[in-house]
Write a protein that binds this ligand. Sequence first.
Ligand SMILES: NC(=O)c1ccc[n+]([C@@H]2O[C@H](COP(=O)([O-])OP(=O)(O)OC[C@H]3O[C@@H](n4cnc5c(N)ncnc54)[C@H](O)[C@@H]3O)[C@@H](O)[C@H]2O)c1
Length: 251
Amino acid sequence: MLLDRHAPVLVTGSAGRIGRAAVAALSAAGWRVRGFDCVPTPGIADFMVGNLTDFSAVRQAAQGAGAVIHLGATPDDDDFMTRLLPNNLIGLHHVLEAAREADVKRIFLASTGQVNWWQQFDGPWPNRPDDPVTPRHWYAVTKVAAEAAGKAYAKSFGMTVLALRLGWCPRTAEQAAELDSLPRGHDTYLSPGDAGRFFVRALTADLPPGFWTLFVASRPVHQVIFDLEPTKQLLGWEPQDQWPHGLETFS
Ligand SMILES: NC(=O)c1ccc[n+]([C@@H]2O[C@H](COP(=O)([O-])OP(=O)(O)OC[C@H]3O[C@@H](n4cnc5c(N)ncnc54)[C@H](O)[C@@H]3O)[C@@H](O)[C@H]2O)c1
């Protein structure tokens, strides 16, 4: 199924690191983009400031959307009750329910390589989408939940749902330095440019209803940690960048 290019693509977390990369790439490729974030989104006219925990706001944002790219979340381990539970789990519920009500055809859920955390160290490599999960901690557990919920919605409601185990896209210069210092950092990197190109390709692809878990990362430098072959086979997408290429300036 091809998506209607006239229907807006709702991007939650549109003001964030990956959200801004997605918004810029989609807008440049001619997609209509609607941002949703608890802070204003630079670079687009159509955005809502709202909280993912506010169901009526999420419902309003999903009205008329042809696809949803759900990036809004607390993007790493944090206090469970005040951050991970509302932002990652209640928000997940509201986005999926609002998308179902609005008859959205295609949903992308941001997962993380951290769901295969221990396998990244212990192998076997590369980590494949079907390998048993080995989550790092509660943040990764919220993403395991997102993958499970996405599968349930795809099966129950005939949606096309892609759970994306995204590589490491540093949000600050400090995070970039940390990535650079770690043995597997260079091999788990995701550039903003590759992220943006991924979303353009994944929206343009002709896909049937169903559920897929895919890794999305830039080209490894030393060792293949994430298996990108299923991503290539399903979508025809391959990364172009390799650490530190495409590392944009931090604002
Ligand atoms: N950057 C990475 O290395 C990385 C790796 C794997 C997965 N991810 C996932 O990708 C997604 C985007 O990550 P990012 O690095 O761009 O993070 P980010 O923090 O830069 O962006 C997240 C955005 O979500 C918004 N947000 C958070 N809670 C919200 C709420 N309750 N209501 C409305 N908006 C809310 C924030 O304001 C922020 O703009 C997240 O789901 C994250 O878990 C990121």
